[in-house]
Design a protein around this ligand. Structure first.
Ligand code: FE2
Length: 426
């Protein structure tokens, strides 16, 4: 028996340990203790966590790394961000979008991300971002999976050419349908936009991911229509609602009816903790709302909940290095998910849950699945989140495509020098 790659003494996210993982022809061929075999390449995990790659199921690759173009967001608000993006749009080129998005993908790969769902703004009649990102998706496919959502940033009904541009974008190869009902002119038009977009997706057999109720308004209830239309069209498991921040502020009685409806519809909930905590609650004095959706309550009801990064160095967010462990940490803190099972659930929210939201069915570590794996400088998911663990090895189809040394510091006190390792002895 021989393998192209053999990982020794792995600990898996579910707690199983002491396992060897054998890879052949880019596929996981064996997961057993003490495999006796030759391998072209061997990684000694020495008890470290081997996990499926991180997934960012909510990102904007067209605006990423554009911070400061044409100017910085002085108020730091969502609305100034949208206005700034509008100022930048006339100056965009296919080459510039492609270059920024490609650089971000290199960061993503280094951070152990194996797949990204990116929204693509279709409210630029030139559709430059569609051209740039469909090309990038195909170019990067051997290394990172990109799934593109046609996103009418300026409103599906509010922006006159959205419908035409949506069909053009889908014809150019964009994968699925997006929306932004809370940004339409009226509540009624928001509802109507959800109905029309779901009808288009159902007709074409496409998945849906809408920016939905990204607002502190407790009466922003478009998720109800999205869930209802999902059931009506029989699209359970193929639809996601992104942000859902109004759910944070909703009346508890209404929420107790809404959450089971989201579960029944099989609609995934995608929270974006870094962005929600910084952009929501901006009209509040004190106390200030956190704005993130009800993550533990949705999970308890059986809803698939994933965390996205949303923005990296763009008009809406001036920070970030696309580390999904930072996202998991922020989600954990904002939702007060410090119980042991809850902390592990936050790791799932950046690995297996977003895979489910994106319809990636072969993402778990199992024999027969593609050998997309990461080796982290941590013993378990909680330690990985706590230390923002280094990504020792990033493996795509059995090939090591990125590597990083563990994070250590040298402390010298007088004549005594110590190496500081933030991991606790196990
Ligand atoms: Fe977004």
């Amino acid at each position: 028996m021989s393998f192209s790659l053999l990982i020794r003494h792995a600990t898996l996210p579910d707690g199983r340990s002491g396992l060897d993982i054998g890879v052949r022809d880019g596929v996981i061929a064996a997961i057993e203790p003490n495999i006796v075999a030759d391998a072209a390449t061997t990684i000694e995990a020495a008890g470290d966590l081997v996990a499926p790659p991180f997934i960012d199921c909510h990102l904007h690759l067209d605006s990423t790394l554009s911070l400061g173009q044409p100017r910085l967001n002085q108020s730091g608000t969502l609305l100034e961000g949208i206005a700034l993006w509008g100022e930048l749009k006339p100056h965009l080129t296919v080459e510039a979008i492609h270059e920024r998005a490609r650089r971000l993908c290199m960061w993503s790969i280094a951070q152990g991300i194996g797949a990204i769902r990116s929204h693509v703004d279709i409210c630029d009649d030139r559709l430059l971002a569609v051209e740039a990102l469909t090309a990038l998706r195909d170019e990067m496919a051997p290394y990172i999976t990109l799934q593109l959502v046609a996103f009418p940033q300026d409103g599906f009904l509010r922006y006159p050419k959205s419908r035409e541009n949506l069909h053009r974008a889908l014809a150019m190869g964009v994968d699925m349908v997006g929306g932004i009902p809370h940004f339409e002119r009226t509540m009624a038009e928001g509802t109507e936009s959800v109905r029309q977009l779901m009808a288009i997706a159902a007709e074409r057999g496409l998945r849906v991911d809408m920016h939905c109720d990204e607002s502190d308004d407790p009466l922003s209830r478009h998720i109800e229509t999205l869930a209802g239309e999902t059931i009506r069209h029989g699209m359970q498991g193929r639809v996601a609602g992104s942000h859902l921040t109004s759910l944070h502020s909703m009346d508890n009685y209404y929420a107790s009816k809404l959450i089971p409806l989201i579960a029944e519809a099989g609609v995934s909930a995608i929270a974006n903790p870094l962005i929600n905590i910084t952009l929501q609650g901006r009209h509040d004095t004190y106390p200030k709302r956190r704005g993130m959706t009800r993550v533990p309550e949705l999970m308890a009801a059986g809803v698939n909940v994933a965390f996205g990064h949303d923005c990296v160095l763009d008009p809406w967010y001036p920070l970030g290095s696309h580390d999904m462990l930072e996202v998991a940490s922020m989600g954990l803190h904002v939702a007060q998910m410090t119980g042991v099972a809850a902390m592990r659930a936050c790791f799932d929210a950046v690995t297996i849950n977003p895979a489910r939201a994106m319809g990636l069915t072969d993402h778990e570590i199992a024999v027969g699945n593609p050998a997309h794996l990461i080796v982290l400088d941590a013993s378990d998911p909680i330690e990985a989140i706590r230390t923002c663990a280094a990504k020792r090895a990033v493996i795509r189809a059995g090939n090591i495509i990125a590597a990083a040394p563990p994070r250590r510091s040298i402390v010298t006190l007088g004549h005594q020098t110590s190496t500081i390792d933030w991991r606790l002895p196990h």
